[in-house]
Design a protein around this ligand. Structure first.
Ligand SMILES: [Zn+2]
Length: 101
């Protein structure tokens, strides 16, 4: 498990980690410890899917009262909008951060 960044979400400091998660679980948001974990297998997926998952977990962090359906829908649609605007993710750079000593 590797910490890749930390940031303020909804007025609280959150840490973002990349590591092993159960199969089919792309991300987890731990509301009490203010920690987001992204599945390391995401690094082999398309950038838009990684962005979708990051937005999804950030939405859980900022709006813990939202339903899974709302978060799912919003994450995917915001990721699609960003892709249309040309926003991309440097997956190689993220990979280096995850695997550096
Ligand atoms: Zn979710």
């Amino acid at each position: 498990m590797k910490k890749v960044t930390s940031l303020k979400l909804n007025g609280k400091m959150w840490s973002v980690w990349v590591g092993e998660l159960p199969r089919g679980t792309w991300g987890i948001c731990y509301d009490t410890s203010h920690k987001i974990v992204l599945n390391v297998k995401l690094l082999k997926k398309k950038p838009q899917f990684i962005i979708d998952t990051a937005i999804h977990e950030a939405l859980h962090a900022v709006f813990p009262f939202l339903t899974e359906f709302a978060v799912e829908q919003a994450g995917t649609e915001i990721a699609r909008l960003l892709a249309r605007l040309g926003v991309d993710l440097d997956v190689d750079a993220l990979n280096r951060r995850v695997h550096e000593e």
